[in-house]
Design a protein around this ligand. Structure first.
Ligand code: ADP
Length: 319
């Protein structure tokens, strides 16, 4: 192993920069060269590749987003596209690759490994929707952003005695809504993994109102339904003024939390260690506080389960 490549792919997440920094610095520490590949797999296909030195990753640990940029590449999903990617890897004499991204990016990483490129994945996505790791890089920052936003909305909800529906990210995974829901004390949390019944949701709101509750917060993961339609149903069934806020892309940005910076630093360093040790087609995870490596194929084949004890807890604590 003389030169490794690093790229970020798919949706950006806070802490990706800290991971890039860790990969570059750890690799250089071990005497390796590092190639920074811009715009994910698309940049790899196009040979958008620059040499990274120690200074190139200075002053980025605290920044959200990714200094290598990210992209989605349809071409890489084709065999011809992946062949072009392999040609670039050979031309740039890259001996191993570190891919920071979500499950789509990991599918790509697995295919590159099958083509003989030693590839290691680092889970970077705010959704926390990857198996074989308790946390992905960016999730902690995203839930803290949601908490901050909902706390502010709660001030208005309390002052005006209104019901608020707040839609958060999570098309397939309800983790953001679940953890943030417990942390903000939401009355109801709706996630894609659990079916909900609007009659029961409204019943709970009415019970709360009957015992004097003046306002309610309903947190909806986007995969469980659109905030505006849920707000409409509540309005129709209760006659209450119900406001809806879609938090949107503010959840993706911002300076990473201490947790995400340290997780990214540990994962980036371990990814380099694995490549040096001759490992391939692995993903880095954190389980029970330990940094671990799992076969990417196993991670992709393992269904992701949210922590449903949080679902029950949010419900019990908001009776
Ligand atoms: P994320 O990595 O955040 O889940 P995507 O699902 O958009 O984001 O995946 C990022 C990129 O990874 C895609 O644009 C594509 O280039 C590559 N990719 C995703 N799925 C596959 C697949 N099944 N085969 C090959 N490449 C894939």
């Amino acid at each position: 192993m003389r030169k490794i490549g690093v790229l970020t792919s798919g949706g950006d997440a806070p802490g990706m920069n800290a991971a890039i920094r860790a990969v570059v610095r750890k690799a250089i520490y071990h005497g390796l060269q590092v190639a920074g590949i811009k715009r994910g797999y698309q940049g790899l296909i196009q040979g958008d590749i620059v040499a990274m030195d120690l200074g190139s990753v200075g002053d980025i640990i605290h920044r959200g987003g990714t200094m290598l940029f990210t992209a989605r590449s349809e071409e890489f999903k084709t065999e011809a596209g992946r062949e072009r990617a392999c040609q670039q890897i050979a031309e740039h004499e890259i001996d191993g690759l570190i891919v920071i991204g979500g499950d789509g990016s990991f599918r790509g990483a697995k295919l590159l490994s099958d083509l003989g490129i030693p590839t290691i994945g680092i889970p970077g996505t705010i959704d926390n929707d990857i198996s074989c790791t308790d946390f992905t890089i960016g999730f902690d920052t995203a839930i803290n952003t949601v908490i901050d936003a909902v706390d502010k909305i709660r001030d208005t909800a309390t002052s005006h005695e209104r019901t608020y529906v707040i839609e958060v990210m999570g098309r397939n995974a309800g983790d953001i809504a679940l953890v943030a829901g417990v942390a903000v004390g939401a009355e109801t949390v709706l996630i894609p993994e659990e079916k909900h019944d609007m009659i029961k949701v409204v019943d709970k709101l009415l019970r709360g109102a009957a015992r004097g509750k003046k306002h309610s917060i309903i947190l909806v993961a986007e995969g469980a339904g659109r905030g505006f339609s849920i707000g409409e149903v509540i309005r129709e069934l209760t006659g209450w003024e119900t406001r809806v806020t879609v938090l949107g892309h503010i959840q993706r940005g911002g300076s990473p939390t201490a947790f995400d910076r340290t997780l990214a630093s540990k994962m980036g360093a371990r990814a380099v260690d694995l490549l040096i040790a001759g490992d391939r087609a692995k993903m880095i995870g954190t389980i029970g506080g330990q940094i671990v490596a799992t076969d990417i194929a196993e991670a992709l084949a393992t269904p992701r389960k949210p922590d449903l004890t949080l679902y029950d807890l949010a419900d019990v604590l908001s009776i």
